[in-house]
Design a protein around this ligand. Structure first.
Ligand SMILES: [Zn+2]
Length: 96
C-alpha cells in the first residue's frame, strides 16, 4: 500500500471513530431517593439497555452510585424502612 492510500485509510478511520462518539446518547436519567454524596443531586444516568449489572452514575458529576438492579430495588420499594435500609447499604459501601 502506498503512503498516500494509507493516509486516506487513516483519515476514514478517524471519521468513523468520530461518528461512533457522536452517536445519539443511549443513556437516560432516572431520579433516585438517594442523593449523590458529591453534589447532592437525585438525578442519575443509566444505560437504556438496563442490564442489572450496569453502573448507575450521577447525572451531574458522573460519580458511581450503585448497580442498576440496586437502583430498581430502591424505586420499587418506595419510601419506607426497607428502602431506607437499602439506601443506607449503598451509601455505607461507598465509604469502604
Ligand atoms: Zn453528583
Amino acid at each position: 500500500m502506498c503512503p498516500k492510500v494509507l493516509k486516506r485509510v487513516l483519515v476514514i478511520k478517524v471519521i468513523e471513530h468520530k461518528e461512533t462518539v457522536m452517536m445519539p446518547d443511549t443513556s437516560e436519567d432516572i431520579r433516585l431517593p438517594v442523593a449523590c454524596p458529591s453534589c447532592g443531586s437525585h438525578l442519575y444516568r443509566v444505560n437504556q439497555v438496563r442490564n442489572p449489572t450496569d453502573e448507575v452514575h450521577c447525572a451531574s458529576c458522573k460519580r458511581y452510585l450503585c448497580d442498576y438492579h440496586e437502583a430498581v430495588d430502591m424505586l420499587e420499594k418506595g419510601p419506607g424502612d426497607e428502602a431506607e435500609a437499602l439506601i443506607e447499604k449503598v451509601v455505607n459501601r461507598r465509604h469502604h
